[in-house]
Design a protein around this ligand. Sequence first.
Ligand SMILES: Nc1ncnc2c1ncn2[C@@H]1O[C@H](COP(=O)(O)OP(=O)(O)OP(=O)(O)O)[C@@H](O)[C@H]1O
Length: 398
Amino acid sequence: MEFNISLVNRISANAVLPDSMQVVGITGPSGAGKSSLLRALAGFEPEATVSVNWFGEGAKSIATAKAGSATKTVNAIKAYNAKNALAPVRVGLVFQQPMLFPHVNVKGNLALAQRHAGSKALAVEHALAGCECEHLLHKSIDSLSGGEAQRVALARALVNGPDVLMLDESLSALDATLRSKILRFLVKTCGRLNIKLIMVSHDVQDLALFCDGLILVEDGAVDAAGSVAYVMAKIASQGSVENPCAILEGEIIPHSDDFPHPFTRLNVSGNILYAKATVQSDNERNTNNNTEQGLDSNPRQARGKIAVFASEVSIDTNTQVNVPSSSILNALPCEVVKIYYPETLQYNNPQANSQQLQTAIVMLSHDAQTLYARVSTLSIERLKLEPGLSVVARFKLQ
Ligand SMILES: Nc1ncnc2c1ncn2[C@@H]1O[C@H](COP(=O)(O)OP(=O)(O)OP(=O)(O)O)[C@@H](O)[C@H]1O
């Protein structure tokens, strides 16, 4: 996807991301312009000048692109101006405030969405089940809790069948477990139906785990756009969030009787990591299997990823990784790559500034994968941490 958006005094933003990125996250500090960007992309900002190419091929530029015969409608590369044209794709936008029709119940809301459904529409029962709201079908809108209303709004959007589904903090009222379950369903569904999913969120763990690409917005402009690892590195290096998050990928070890513990085991370059939850396999989105933990049914191909917060990682200079000397289960041999000291980290939350004053972010690498550790400057001094040093990262997993 690529876009170029201008909205006087609010947004001047452009980005190009590979079309293979099905799920794209947008993040950034409060007031940065994320919602404005999303609304402009959806064509809801009448004053904005917008050029967008959702499903174009490769790096064709918007200016020279033609609506090719093979990709005439949804896949066509088209520029449009929100002032006077409808978006060339069906866009579903779900806000934090669900905006359901109050004069009909849940079933009525879904029926209205179904009336003008597109070709990618989900069956009502499927949308209800995936959004965990089957039991709400006959409820009136004013009787729904905040989280229930958000789930119904999402189900309504899926029943309408958008080509591009945009979520603006749309699951913010849900607890982490339910949010993760619904995101897992959403990512899988959007992959199966080729729906582009764009989600605005402050939750770096959700973004890291479920997105293929990220856009970091600061002061109405795109500060970074690209792979999750690239944008997370930018976020960590400049302190855009207090607690950056890294993703580790590996091969999932199938459950077996000789390991009767409630952990999912991940083999990361020969090191076994133990996670309780949130392990998502790479190929989950293109399969109809709905197994526990989202694991693929073919264990030989099952790969998973886990999110590791910088605050959970401690650094050990004793590099005997295979000799258990700590209650922390996970240990990964790493090399120190860079240290970001407090003076270079620009935390956006003023309260965090004082809390973080004495901590730095240490960037670590393990076999081309990155981890972040938030440690005190005192520890850095005592352990004599510096780029190139071999250490062991020890961390807990949620
Ligand atoms: N309709 C509007 N007219 C004028 N200015 C607006 C309008 N909506 C938002 N703004 C301003 O544009 C800026 C960006 O707002 P926006 O809601 O897009 O930020 P955001 O990144 O989504 O923030 P948050 O994370 O707090 O939701 C803010 O300064 C806001 O006050």
